[in-house]
Design a protein around this ligand. Structure first.
Ligand code: IPE
Ligand code: IPE
Ligand code: MG
Length: 251
C-alpha cells in the first residue's frame, strides 16, 4: 500500500464518486499529437481509476465520458470516440466480471450508433449479476436533457392519473431521473483545470464536495484519486447546519 493510500480513512469513504474526465485533447495537442491520441490514452486512466475504486470498496463511480453537447464536435472526433468506446467495452467486460463490477449507462443512448448500443447492452447484461463496484458511464448525457425527460414523464403520468401532482416531492422526482438507482455523488472530481460542471448531474450534485485538479485526464492515476479522497475526508460537510451542530451529532 502506498503512503497516500494508507492515509485514507476506510470508515469515511465517499459512497459515490463522480468524475468529469477532461483534458484528453489538450494532453495530446501538447505532445504534438492528434486529439484522438489523448482519448486513447484516457482509457488507461479509466482502467486505473476503476481498479482503484474497486480496491477501496467505493460503491458507485460515475464517469462522464461523452456529453450531449459533445455531438457537436467534428465528425472525425465523434466517430473515433464511438469506436474507442465500443473497443474498450468489448475488451474490458472480462476484467469487469473478474472484479465483480456492474456496468450501468446513463444518457440519451438513442443518439448512439446501433453497434455501440448493442455492445453496451451486452456488456450490461454480462455484468448484471455483479455485486461490487457500480460503474456508471454517462454517455450522450446532459443534466438538462435528463431533467426535461423527467418532467415530461411526470406530466404524462399525471395525465394518465398515475400520480397526484399534490404528492410530488423530492423522492418522487428522484425516481424519474436516470440515476434513480444510485445515491447522490458525495465527491465530484474534474480534471484538466476547468472549474465548471458542464451540464453534469446538476440536481444530484446539490451537496457534493467539488475537487478540481490541473492534471489532465490521461495523466490521472490512483495516487491522484487518493489525494482527492483525502482532501474530501478533511472537509466538514454541514448540509446547511452550523459547525457546532455537526460536531455535536456527526452525520
Ligand atoms: C474529455 O477531454 C473527453 C471528452 C469530452 C470526450 P476533451 O476532449 O474535452 O479534452 P480537452 O478539454 O479538449 O483538452
Ligand atoms: C465535459 O467536458 C464532458 C466530458 C468530460 C465528457 P467538455 O470538454 O465537453 O466540457 P466544456 O466544453 O469544456 O465545458
Ligand atoms: Mg474538454
Amino acid at each position: 500500500m502506498t503512503s497516500l493510500e494508507a492515509k485514507i480513512d476506510r470508515q469515511k469513504l465517499p459512497r459515490h464518486i463522480a468524475i468529469i474526465m477532461d483534458g484528453n485533447g489538450r494532453w495530446a495537442q501538447e505532445k504534438g499529437q492528434d486529439r484522438l491520441y489523448g482519448h486513447f490514452h484516457g482509457v488507461e486512466s479509466v482502467r486505473d481509476i476503476v481498479e482503484g475504486c474497486a480496491e477501496l470498496g467505493i460503491g458507485y463511480l460515475t464517469l462522464y465520458a461523452f456529453s450531449t453537447e459533445n455531438w457537436d464536435r467534428p465528425a472525425y472526433e465523434v466517430d473515433g470516440l464511438m469506436e474507442l468506446l465500443v473497443d474498450t467495452i468489448r475488451n474490458e467486460v472480462e476484467t469487469l466480471n473478474r472484479n465483480n463490477i456492474k456496468l450501468h449507462v446513463i444518457g440519451d443512448t438513442n443518439m448512439l450508433p446501433e453497434y455501440a448500443r448493442q455492445e453496451l447492452k451486452e456488456a450490461m447484461e454480462m455484468t448484471s449479476h455483479n455485486t461490487g463496484l457500480n460503474l456508471v458511464m454517462a454517455l450522450s448525457y446532459s443534466s438538462r436533457w435528463e431533467l426535461v425527460k423527467a418532467v415530461k414523464s411526470i406530466a404524462e403520468d399525471v395525465k394518465e392519473g398515475k400520480i397526484d401532482p399534490a404528492t410530488i416531492n423530492q423522492d418522487i422526482l428522484q425516481k424519474y431521473l436516470c440515476t434513480s438507482d444510485f445515491p447522490d455523488p458525495e465527491l465530484m472530481i474534474r480534471t484538466s483545470g476547468e472549474y465548471r460542471i458542464s451540464n453534469f448531474l446538476l440536481y444530484q450534485l446539490a451537496y457534493a464536495e467539488l475537487y478540481f485538479t490541473n492534471v489532465r485526464w490521461p495523466d490521472f492515476r490512483k495516487e491522484n484519486l487518493f489525494e482527492a479522497i483525502i482532501d474530501f475526508q478533511q472537509r466538514e460537510r454541514r448540509f446547511g447546519k452550523t459547525s457546532a451542530q455537526i460536531q455535536e451529532a456527526p452525520l
